[in-house]
Design a protein around this ligand. Structure first.
Ligand SMILES: *[C@@H]1O[C@H](CO)[C@@H](O)[C@H](O)[C@H]1NC(C)=O
Ligand SMILES: *[C@@H]1O[C@H](CO)[C@@H](O)[C@H](O)[C@H]1NC(C)=O
Ligand SMILES: *[C@@H]1O[C@H](CO)[C@@H](O)[C@H](O)[C@H]1NC(C)=O
Ligand SMILES: *[C@@H]1O[C@H](CO)[C@@H](O)[C@H](O)[C@H]1NC(C)=O
Ligand SMILES: *[C@@H]1O[C@H](CO)[C@@H](O)[C@H](O)[C@H]1NC(C)=O
Ligand SMILES: *[C@@H]1O[C@H](CO)[C@@H](O)[C@H](O)[C@H]1NC(C)=O
Ligand SMILES: *[C@@H]1O[C@H](CO)[C@@H](O)[C@H](O)[C@H]1NC(C)=O
Ligand SMILES: *[C@@H]1O[C@H](CO)[C@@H](O)[C@H](O)[C@H]1NC(C)=O
Ligand SMILES: *[C@@H]1O[C@H](CO)[C@@H](O)[C@H](O)[C@H]1NC(C)=O
Ligand SMILES: *[C@@H]1O[C@H](CO)[C@@H](O)[C@H](O)[C@H]1NC(C)=O
Ligand SMILES: CC(=O)N[C@H]1CO[C@H](CO)[C@@H](O)[C@@H]1O
Ligand SMILES: CC(=O)N[C@H]1CO[C@H](CO)[C@@H](O)[C@@H]1O
Length: 467
C-alpha cells in the first residue's frame, strides 16, 4: 500500500516537474540520486535528499552543481553511508567532475558504468569496504587528475587501461590485494607526482614505466613482494623525488652511488629488504634527508664521517646490518636526530663525546654491537628527552652516572649484558615513567634490592628486550 502510494506521489511529482521544474535533466539527476539513496541501508546524513525537495537538489548535502543546474560534484566523505554503488545510475550524471565517497562503509564491487563519467577529474573511493577488481572501463576516465581506491578489499590485476589517464597527478591504490599486471603495457604518466602502491600483493621486478614518470615526488611500494635490483634509471631520472618508500619487499643488490642524484629526497625508507653494499657515502651527500631507514638489510662496512653532513636528519635507522666501524664523532653534528638506531651490527669502539650534542634524542638503540668504554655524564645531562635507551649486549664498562636520574621521560632502559660496575644509582628509582628495566648480566654491586623497592607499581621487568 505504502509503496503504491509513494509511487503515485512520485509519478505526480514527475508530471508536475515536467512542466514546472527548471530542466528535465536536472530532475532526473535528482531522481537517480534518490533511487541510490533508497538503496542504501544507512544514509541518515542525507536528510536533505528528499522528494519534497527535488527542485532544490543543487543544495542537497554533498551536492554541487554547475551554472546550468546540473550535478557536477558529489562529496559524501565520512557521511556514514552503508550500501553499494549498484543502484548508482552513472549515465545520468555525466557532468560529474568530482566524486568523493571516502571514509564510508560502502561494499560490493565498483560498477563498470563508472566509466561513463568521462568528465571526472577527481575520484576518491578510499577507506570503504569495496571488493572485486578495478573495472577496465576505468580507462575511459581520461580527464582524471586524482584517483584513490586505497584502503579497500579490492583484488585482481591493476588494469593496464589506467594507462589511458594521461593527466593523472595523484594515484593511490594502497592497502588492497592488487596483483602485478604486465607492467610493460603501462605508458609514462607525464604529470604523475604521487604514486602509492603500498601494502598489496605485487610481486614483479621494479616496473620500468615508473622511471619515465619524471614528475614523481612521492613513490611508495612498501609492503609488497617486489624483487630484483633497483634500476639505475630511477636515480638518474626521478630527480624530483622527495619520498621514496620501498620498505618490506625483496629488493636486492647494491644500490648505485648515483642515488646521490636524488638530491631532493627528504625520506628514504629501504628497510626490510636484501640490499647489500654500502650507500652511506652516497646518501650523505643528500642534505635534505630527514628520514633514513635502512634497517634489516645486508649493508656492510663503515658508517662514514660524512653522515655528519646530514644535519636535517630526524631518524637514522641502520640496525640489523653488518656495519663494522666505530661510531664517527661527526654523527654529533646531526642534532635534530630524535630516533637513532644502530643496533645489531658489528660496531666497536667507544661512544664519541660529541653524541652529547644530540639533545633531541627520544629513541637510542645501540644494542647488539661490540661498543666499549663508559657512558659519560654529559650524555645524561643532555639526553633529557630520551624515552628509550637500549644499549644491551655490548661491552660498556665503568660506573653508571647518577645523572641518569635526569632522564625523567625514560620508559625503556636496557643495559643487559655489559660490564657496568659499581652500585646501581638509586636515582633510577625516581624515574617514574619507567616501564621496562633490564640491568641483568653486568658487574653491578651493592644494594640492588633497595633501589628496586623504590620503583613504584607501573614497572615490569624483562630479561631481554628484543629489537
Ligand atoms: C530542502 O533542502 C534545503 C537545502 O539543503 C534545506 O535547507 C531544506 O530544509 C530542505 N527542505 C525540505 C522540505 O526538506
Ligand atoms: C550538463 O550540464 C549542462 C549545463 O551546464 C546541461 O546543459 C547538460 O544537459 C548537462 N548534461 C547532462 C548529461 O546532464
Ligand atoms: C575526500 O574527502 C576527504 C574527507 O573530507 C578528504 O580528506 C579528501 O582529501 C577528499 N579527497 C579529495 C581528492 O579531495
Ligand atoms: C555488503 O554488506 C552487507 C552488510 O552491510 C552484506 O549483507 C552484503 O552481503 C555485503 N555485500 C558484499 C558484496 O560484500
Ligand atoms: C611536469 O608537470 C608539469 C605541470 O605540473 C608539466 O608542465 C611538465 O611538462 C611535467 N614535466 C614532465 C617532465 O613531464
Ligand atoms: C651513474 O650514472 C651515470 C650517468 O649519469 C652512468 O654513466 C653511470 O654508469 C652510473 N653509475 C652506475 C654505477 O651505474
Ligand atoms: C627482515 O626483512 C626480511 C625481508 O623483508 C623479512 O622477511 C624479515 O621478517 C625481516 N626481519 C625482521 C626481524 O623484521
Ligand atoms: C668491515 O667489513 C668489511 C667488509 O666486510 C671488511 O673489508 C673490513 O675489513 C671490515 N672492517 C673492520 C674494521 O672489521
Ligand atoms: C633540536 O632540534 C632543533 C631543530 O629541530 C634544533 O634547533 C635544536 O638545536 C636541537 N636541540 C639540541 C639540543 O640540539
Ligand atoms: C653476553 O654477551 C657475550 C658477547 O659479548 C656473549 O658471549 C654471552 O653469551 C652473553 N651472555 C649472555 C648471558 O647472554
Ligand atoms: C552513456 C554511456 O556512456 N553508457 C555506458 C555506461 O557504461 C556501460 C558499462 O560500461 C556501457 O555499456 C554504456 O554504454
Ligand atoms: C645529472 C647528475 O646530477 N648526475 C650526477 C649523478 O651522480 C653522480 C655521482 O654518483 C654524478 O657524478 C653525476 O654528475
Amino acid at each position: 500500500m505504502k509503496t503504491a502510494y509513494l509511487f503515485l506521489t512520485y509519478l505526480c511529482l514527475l508530471t508536475l516537474c515536467l512542466c514546472l521544474c527548471p530542466s528535465r535533466a536536472a530532475t532526473s539527476e535528482a531522481e537517480v540520486l534518490m533511487r541510490w539513496k533508497s538503496s542504501l541501508s544507512s544514509s541518515a546524513s542525507l536528510e536533505s535528499w528528499s522528494l519534497n525537495n527535488i527542485s532544490n537538489h543543487c543544495r542537497w548535502i554533498g551536492i554541487s552543481c554547475n551554472d546550468g543546474g546540473s550535478v557536477s560534484g558529489i562529496d559524501l566523505s565520512g557521511a556514514g553511508l552503508v550500501g553499494t554503488l549498484d543502484m548508482f545510475h552513472f549515465p545520468t550524471l555525466l557532468n560529474l567532475t568530482t566524486f568523493n565517497l571516502s571514509m564510508n562503509y560502502l561494499n560490493g564491487s565498483i560498477p563498470a558504468a563508472l566509466g561513463n563519467l568521462t568528465s571526472l577529474n577527481l575520484l576518491d573511493l578510499s577507506n570503504n569496504l569495496f571488493s572485486g577488481a578495478i573495472p577496465p572501463e576505468i580507462g575511459r576516465l581520461t580527464e582524471l587528475r586524482y584517483l584513490s581506491f586505497s584502503d579497500n578489499y579490492m583484488v585482481g590485476e591493476i588494469p593496464y587501461q589506467i594507462g589511458n589517464m594521461r593527466k593523472v597527478r595523484f594515484l593511490d591504490l594502497g592497502s588492497n590485494y592488487f596483483k602485478s599486471p604486465d607492467w610493460s603495457r603501462f605508458p609514462t604518466f607525464p604529470f604523475l607526482t604521487h604514486l602509492n602502491l603500498y601494502n598489496n600483493e605485487l610481486t614483479s621486478e621494479f616496473p620500468h614505466f615508473i622511471t619515465t614518470c619524471l614528475n614523481l615526488t612521492f613513490l611508495d611500494f612498501s609492503r609488497n613482494t617486489f624483487t630484483g635490483q633497483i634500476p639505475e634509471s630511477l636515480f638518474t631520472n626521478l630527480i624530483k623525488l622527495e619520498y621514496l618508500y620501498l620498505t618490506s619487499n625483496s629488493f636486492q643488490g647494491p644500490l648505485s652511488p648515483n642515488i646521490t642524484n636524488l638530491s631532493k629526497l627528504k625520506e628514504l625508507r629501504l628497510a626490510d629488504n636484501l640490499f647489500s653494499g654500502n650507500i652511506l657515502d652516497s646518501v650523505s651527500l643528500i642534505p635534505s634527508l630527514q628520514i633514513l631507514e635502512l634497517y634489516n638489510n645486508s649493508l656492510i662496512g663503515e658508517i662514514p664521517p660524512s653522515v655528519g653532513l646530514l644535519t636535517n636528519l630526524r631518524t637514522l635507522g641502520l640496525g640489523m646490518n653488518r656495519f663494522n666501524s666505530s661510531i664517527p664523532r661527526e654523527l654529533g653534528l646531526c642534532n635534530k636526530l630524535t630516533d637513532l638506531d644502530l643496533s645489531q651490527n658489528s660496531l666497536s669502539g667507544p661512544l664519541p663525546p660529541s653524541l652529547s650534542n644530540l639533545g633531541n634524542l627520544s629513541w637510542l638503540q645501540l644494542s647488539g654491537n661490540s661498543l666499549t668504554g663508559e657512558i659519560l655524564t654529559s650524555f645524561f645531562t643532555s639526553w633529557r628527552k630520551l624515552i628509550s635507551l637500549q644499549i644491551g649486549e655490548n661491552e660498556f664498562s665503568g660506573k653508571l652516572p647518577s645523572e641518569i636520574g635526569l632522564l625523567t621521560n625514560l620508559e625503556y632502559l636496557d643495559l643487559y649484558n655489559n660490564s657496568f660496575s659499581g652500585s646501581i644509582p638509586p636515582e633510577i628509582g625516581t624515574l617514574r615513567n619507567l616501564e621496562t628495566l633490564d640491568l641483568s648480566t653486568n658487574n653491578f654491586s651493592g644494594e640492588i634490592a633497595r633501589v628496586i623497592n623504590q620503583l613504584n607499581g607501573s614497572w615490569k621487568t624483562m630479561h631481554y628486550i628484543p629489537y
